[in-house]
Ligand binder design. Structure first.
Ligand code: COA
Length: 260
């Protein structure tokens, strides 16, 4: 499928999706949200894609938020649709069942931080800035920011970032548990590629089980979460990859996982 606002690159099990509106700092308008939903659905159903990397084009921004020029004029019923479309697309990212790495190359603000938090892992350039600045525009986060910040970094950080609307550095985001890893800007691409290659070589059923258990189990009572874990474990034990992983260990060699 051809996209107007996304660039897609494939290589060795890794699909790189680049949001490509650099003149608008990759702001998420409705068209881009719809394209992202389609691109993630396609990545989810393509067995050759083991990992997805999401980034923004240009040097300056990952994503500088929802497109302000678009939502500023929406009547409430349309705003509800806009918010739900963004939330639904991001939930699809979170529930893809494959690792999605957000490569934060610059500003990750508002909807930018929200989609990054829906990704499985976040790697940030040391020059990147994060924040939920919606309050400065007289609105509040609408793509899951209040809920995912709460879950990733706790109530104190969620309230601080959303109420005060200031930007924080990548290092501070790391300290708060929002970002998985911070690297020098010049090394961002190489470090992302390394992380993606590691995950692409890993056992897909095990990765899916872990993601589902953490994402679904994390929002459920512990007995339900533990049950997800047991069921996922049982699925893994029935895979060829598990036989390969245990055999490779005993034969003192690297396993070769095929996703079966
Ligand atoms: N929505 C729509 N357009 C946006 C945007 C957004 N969220 N963020 C940036 N842009 C546009 C600007 O309007 C500008 O367009 P123009 O050249 O047609 O005027 C272009 O992107 C470049 O942005 P600019 O503000 O000139 O860059 P800067 O380096 O001076 O500032 C930011 C960078 C990120 C600090 C600033 O763009 C900003 O505060 N953006 C909004 C962040 C925000 O509030 N996000 C949450 C939205 S809910």
């Amino acid at each position: 499928m051809a996209y107007q606002n996304l660039l897609i690159e494939d290589g060795a099990g890794v699909r790189r999706i680049t949001i490509n509106r650099p003149d608008k700092l990759n702001a998420l308008n409705s068209a881009t949200i719809a394209e992202l939903a389609a691109a993630f659905t396609a990545a989810g159903s393509d067995a050759s894609v083991r990992v997805v990397v999401l980034t923004g084009s240009g040097q300056k921004a990952f994503v500088a938020g929802a497109d302000i020029s678009e939502f500023a004029t929406l009547p409430p019923a349309e705003a509800l649709k806009f918010s739900r479309a963004g939330q639904q697309m991001m939930r699809g990212v979170e529930r893809l069942g494959k690792p999605v790495i957000a490569e934060l190359n610059g500003f990750a603000l508002g909807g930018g931080l929200e989609i990054a938090m829906a990704c499985t892992l976040r790697i940030a350039a040391d020059t990147a800035k994060m924040g939920q600045p919606e309050v400065n525009l007289g609105v509040m986060p609408g793509f899951g920011g209040t809920q995912r910040l709460l879950r990733l970094a706790g109530r104190g950080a969620a309230l601080e970032l959303c109420l005060l609307g200031h930007n924080i550095t990548a290092q501070r985001a790391f300290e708060l548990g929002i970002v998985t890893r911070v690297v020098p800007a010049a090394e961002l691409r190489a470090e992302t590629d390394k992380l993606a290659a590691q995950l692409a070589a890993s056992a897909p059923h095990a990765l899916r089980g872990i993601i589902d258990a953490v994402v679904l189990g994390g929002d459920a009572p512990i007995d339900i979460g533990l049950d997800y874990e047991s069921q996922g474990f049982a699925v893994c034990v029935s895979t060829e990859d598990m036989r390969e992983g245990t055999k490779a260990f005993l034969e003192k060699r690297k396993p070769s996982f095929v996703g079966k």
